[in-house]
Design a protein around this ligand. Structure first.
Ligand code: FPP
Length: 248
């Protein structure tokens, strides 16, 4: 069993889910927003260290203005309505991405939730808002260069300058709704992540499915570029070990 500490989710399929029901895309986002709290509290109860959710990418600005507006309206509602639940579940809230460009009231709500939960010791819940993976790496390099103009850059220099300074490696990336893409999400952090793609649309993604995925992926063997115990044995050793297993 491998331990999954940090899970990231691309919450995809809201629009298609609504369209299939002959409803406007925005309705799918409303239903999708309702799933966020349940999945976050489930992650907290399962003692995951971190959960990062892709709420709005730098590319999502190209959607129709009305859709963008309603996504931020839902975010605002989430920040107000879920504060109590987040505090009750000892969740530490943070945002990755450039959220400071958003409307002042949303920025204030985000900063307030960050501050009020800063000393919580449970799940780190990160919302990726106005987030792009390439932009994050470029920002990290620029931040490094500003402080160290004369030194050659190392991998840890990039890691140390990413938006989220804690627990950055993603153990598992889940994408809902059947597409199998990364969509500019956490490009640096997924280098050794496991991937899980489910056909379930985000508005129908349940705590039950989430738990089942975590259990399934926990049994996968992760080698991080190394070798397993098995592959270091010669065939004779494998046979004799398996014999012992069968008869012991
Ligand atoms: C993808 O669905 C989803 C998004 C672009 C944003 C995710 C937003 C939410 C889950 C709701 C609001 C979030 C919070 C945190 C309150 P899509 O529209 O790309 O679906 P499609 O691929 O079927 O068109």
């Amino acid at each position: 069993m491998n331990t999954l500490k940090h899970v990231a989710i691309i919450m995809d399929g809201n629009g298609r889910w609504a369209k299939r029901r002959f409803r406007p895309r925005v309705w799918g986002h409303v239903r999708g927003a309702n799933r966020v709290s349940e999945i976050a509290t489930t992650a907290a109860k399962l003692n995951l260290e971190s959960l990062t959710l892709y709420a709005f990418s730098t590319e999502n600005w190209s959607r129709p203005t009305e859709e963008v507006k309603s996504l931020f309206k839902l975010l605002k509602k989430f920040l107000i309505k879920e504060k109590k639940t987040i505090l009750k579940n000892n969740i530490r809230f943070d945002v990755i991405g450039n959220y400071k460009v958003l409307e002042t009231h949303i920025v204030e709500l985000i900063d307030d939730l960050k501050e009020s939960t800063a000393n919580n010791t449970g799940l780190n819940l990160m919302l990726a808002i106005n987030y792009g993976g390439r932009a994050e790496v470029v920002d990290a390099v620029n931040r490094f260069l500003k402080n160290n103009p004369l030194r050659e850059l190392t991998e840890s220099d990039i890691t140390d300058n990413l938006y989220n300074p804690i627990n950055q490696n993603i153990d598992l990336l889940i994408r809902t709704s059947g597409d199998q893409r990364v969509s500019n999400f956490l490009l640096w952090q997924i280098s050794y992540s496991e991937f899980y793609f489910t056909d379930t649309m985000w508005p129908e993604f349940t705590a039950k499915e989430f738990k089942a995925i975590l259990e399934k992926v926990a049994t996968r063997e992760r080698r991080f570029g190394g070798l397993t115990e098995d592959s270091q044995l010669n065939p004779k050793q494998v046979l004799s070990r398996d014999k012992q297993k069968t008869f012991s």
